[in-house]
Design a protein around this ligand. Structure first.
Ligand SMILES: [Zn+2]
Ligand SMILES: [Zn+2]
Length: 107
């Protein structure tokens, strides 16, 4: 599939979670990479209100019911916890079985 080049598009089309090229959008309409398609942006304003994610002519931005429009990047900076990936749960590694010489002989 050929993807037509779109010139003049802002370079802001990067995933806000990892900075990689955004190739899709999450459910909020935020450009994200494939990996973060399911991620939601739950951002809070400095005033304590939840921020609305909105999409404008120039890309996504936040809206606070008290403070009004807030720059997307600024909103993300206010909410560093969003981009912090939760430490992936490592599956418990099964302990390597060390065979005793007797056991090895049976193999
Ligand atoms: Zn990403
Ligand atoms: Zn606010």
């Amino acid at each position: 599939m050929r993807i037509p080049k779109r010139y003049g598009q802002s370079k802001e089309n990067v995933c806000p979670f990892c900075g990689k090229n955004a190739v899709t959008e999450n459910k909020q309409g935020i450009p994200v990479c494939m990996k973060h398609k399911e991620k939601f942006i739950d951002a809070k304003c400095m005033c304590g209100n939840w921020l609305d994610v909105r999409k404008g002519k120039f890309g996504p931005y936040f809206f606070c019911i008290r403070c009004g429009n807030i720059n997307f990047r600024k909103g993300m900076e206010m909410n560093p916890q969003i981009i912090k990936d939760k430490p992936e749960e490592k599956p418990a590694k099964p302990k390597e079985t060390i065979l005793t010489p007797e056991e090895a002989e049976l193999l």
